[in-house]
Design a protein around this ligand. Structure first.
Ligand code: ADP
Ligand code: MG
Length: 238
């Protein structure tokens, strides 16, 4: 579990500013959701936390240490990509173990970690299949499994369910909630789906034009939206 703190974080692409001074303290084990309209900076902010985008100004602290200049692999976090990022020619087992193999971990250790992840994700019966022989939900579980084997202190998700049909989305939402409980890991999750945000989040961060419009528990935002933008976004009648 990790605590993650953003201090006056800014992102500039050339002379265009897309993240405009974000302050946010995420507690260990917290499930935080970033919501907001397309283009408001959700993915950019998540990628900055992961270290996949440079932070132009401000600081990112992980467990109190200044991680602003750290490479992604130094941060102890993992980004869960959409299931289409799986290797099609590899089995589920090899997809899940790939990063550990690349890091030179011994075979027995890789096998134990993959087995554990498969058990958590109920993929034990599918380890020898290829991604194309799995359902959409199973594929997304493999994508999550690739992260679990690395024992990350936090999981970062960027719209992980947006490619799934409505029924699968509901099922996977439930799976992710269970995963959060069983791993008690910090999770930061980007979505534009209000229902996902309202049901999964400990706290929701509403972004508008690269700034935080409001932060709060789902109920707080629903009952006391700070402004019309939040009210419309969260769906309150106010
Ligand atoms: P969201 O995920 O909320 O839809 P993004 O974080 O992807 O938004 O994008 C925020 C803004 O930054 C958008 O205006 C987008 O066009 C811009 N942007 C994102 N990535 C780049 C890039 N590599 N170069 C220039 N502009 C970018
Ligand atoms: Mg995005």
């Amino acid at each position: 579990m990790a605590s993650i703190e953003l201090k006056a974080v800014e992102k500039w692409f050339g002379n265009v500013q897309v993240i405009k001074g974000v302050d946010l303290a995420i507690e260990e084990g917290e499930f935080i959701i970033f919501v907001g309209p397309s283009g408001c900076g959700k993915s950019t902010l998540l990628r900055m936390i992961a270290g996949l985008e440079e932070t132009s100004r401000g600081q990112i602290l992980i467990d109190g240490r200044d991680a602003t200049a750290e490479a992604p692999s130094q941060r102890g976090l993992t980004m869960v990509f959409q299931s289409y990022a799986l290797y099609p020619h590899m089995s589920v087992r090899d997809n899940m173990g790939f990063s550990l193999k690349a890091a030179g971990e011994p075979k027995d250790k890789i096998a134990a970690k993959v087995d554990h992840a498969a058990e958590v994700l109920k993929l034990g019966a599918y380890l020898d299949r290829r991604p194309k022989d799995l359902s959409g939900g199973q594929r997304q579980r493999v994508a999550i499994g690739r992260s679990i084997v690395r024992d990350p202190t936090a999981f970062l998700f960027d719209e992980p369910l947006s490619n799934l049909d409505a029924a699968l989305r509901v099922e996977m939402r439930y799976e992710i909630a269970k995963l959060h409980q069983s791993l008690s890991a910090t999770m930061i999750y980007v979505t534009h789906d209000q229902v996902e945000a309202m049901t999964l989040a400990d706290r929701i961060v509403v972004l508008e034009g690269g700034k935080i419009a409001q932060i709060g528990a789902p109920r707080e935002l629903y009952e006391h939206p700070a402004n019309l933008f939040v009210a419309q976004f969260i769906g309150s009648p106010k």
